[in-house]
Ligand binder design. Structure first.
Ligand code: DOR
Ligand code: ZN
Length: 348
């Protein structure tokens, strides 16, 4: 018999932020997420980006075709905001249930963000419309100015962009995505219930040493980049605190091995295959297994105003060996924790 402390059954969880790409890569990666999660918020930074309701509808069809038979999985779509976004199209897509949220990428902040917003003033009326209809805004929270150090870009974004935005639009639902700093935790803790945040597994496991000590480790590089240890510890406290403001969002971002192991390696960590196993290990390490279900299964739907899932999943404290690489469609992908042994396994 399994010791109760070595087994955890929770309501079926969701992933509130990830990247599926398109084509052969999409078909290779979707089954990993569909095995673990009931729903996922799908990022729109394809090339070209998913900027309209029509593009999101078509992308959703392609994603559904990639879901394996017998897996009950729902992609929740987002529209990529640009300086030219049409608020009427966004509102229609939200009303029709095609769009769940819109995504703000400051232009140049990360992968395929060159069409992003060049100045938040350019989308003020779009954001006002979103606040009025209750459409959530997902935010990549980094400034992009060359004079701001990459390790400071999230904290500066809070001061210059996010905090003023939340003050201007107290009713806009804002998800501060993949937070990486103590400053982000302090901001989210201090904000109203309309501000939530996702936290990735990698930012709970690694600090910036993982990228640079002993050689450059391209598979540990993502954006926002992992910060100092004090920030990782602040994120661990936030995720495991029981606060409803924090929820699971992997930011799983597949790039083929050769695109990461390059003289200009892409940002992104592919954590989809063992995402739940990776998160639960952290909750176990800090003695907070009792908080895992809220983080993984309840806080996200509550924030988005969606029902929690039916059914449950069970994790057992059994070693699982993570492979060195997985199939990525046209080429292989190195997953997060490659070659390591994780202590928990998703059994059903
Ligand atoms: O590391 C990242 N990869 N951060 C992002 O914001 C985008 C993502 C991607 O699309 O590869
Ligand atoms: Zn992302």
């Amino acid at each position: 018999m399994t010791n109760p402390a070595d087994s955890l059954t929770i309501r079926r969880p969701d992933d509130w932020h990830l990247h599926f790409r398109d084509g052969a890569t999409m078909r290779a990666v979707v089954p990993h997420t569909a095995r673990q999660f009931a729903r996922a918020i799908v990022m729109p930074n394809l090339s070209p980006p998913v900027t309209t309701t029509a593009l999101a509808r078509a992308y959703r069809e392609r994603l559904l075709e990639a879901v394996p038979e017998g897996n009950d999985f729902t992609p929740l779509m987002t529209a990529y905001l640009t300086d030219q976004t049409d608020a009427d199209d966004l509102a229609a897509g939200f009303a029709d249930g095609v769009l769940t949220a819109a995504k703000l990428y400051p232009a140049g902040a990360t992968t395929n963000s060159s069409h992003g917003v060049t100045d938040i003033a350019n989308i003020e009326s779009v954001l006002e419309r979103m606040a009025a209809i209750g459409m959530p805004l997902c935010v990549h929270g980094e400034v992009t100015h060359a004079d701001i150090d990459i390790f400071d870009r999230e904290a500066v974004f809070i001061d210059r962009i996010l905090s003023p935005l939340v003050d201007r639009m107290p009713h806009l639902k804002v998800i501060f995505e993949h937070i990486t700093t103590r400053q982000a935790v302090e901001f989210v803790d201090g904000a109203g219930p309309n501000v939530g945040a996702t936290i990735t597994p990698q930012h709970l496991h690694i600090n910036r040493n993982a990228i640079l000590v002993g050689g450059i480790r391209p598979h540990m590089f993502c954006l926002p980049v992992a910060k100092r240890e004090e920030h990782r510890l602040a994120l661990r406290r936030a995720a495991t605190s029981g606060s409803k403001k924090y929820f699971l969002g992997t930011d799983s971002a597949p790039h083929h091995r050769h695109a990461k192991e390059s003289d200009c390696g892409c940002a992104g960590i592919f954590n989809a295959p063992y995402a739940l196993e990776s998160y639960v290990e952290v909750f176990d390490e800090v003695g907070a297994l009792g908080q895992f279900e809220s983080f993984a299964s309840f806080n996200g739907p509550e924030f988005y105003g969606l029902p929690v899932n039916e059914g449950s999943v069970t994790l057992e404290k059994v070693d699982v060996a993570v492979p060195e690489e997985v199939d990525g469609g046209d080429a292989s992908i190195v997953p997060f924790h490659a070659g390591e042994t994780l202590k928990w396994r998703l059994v059903s």
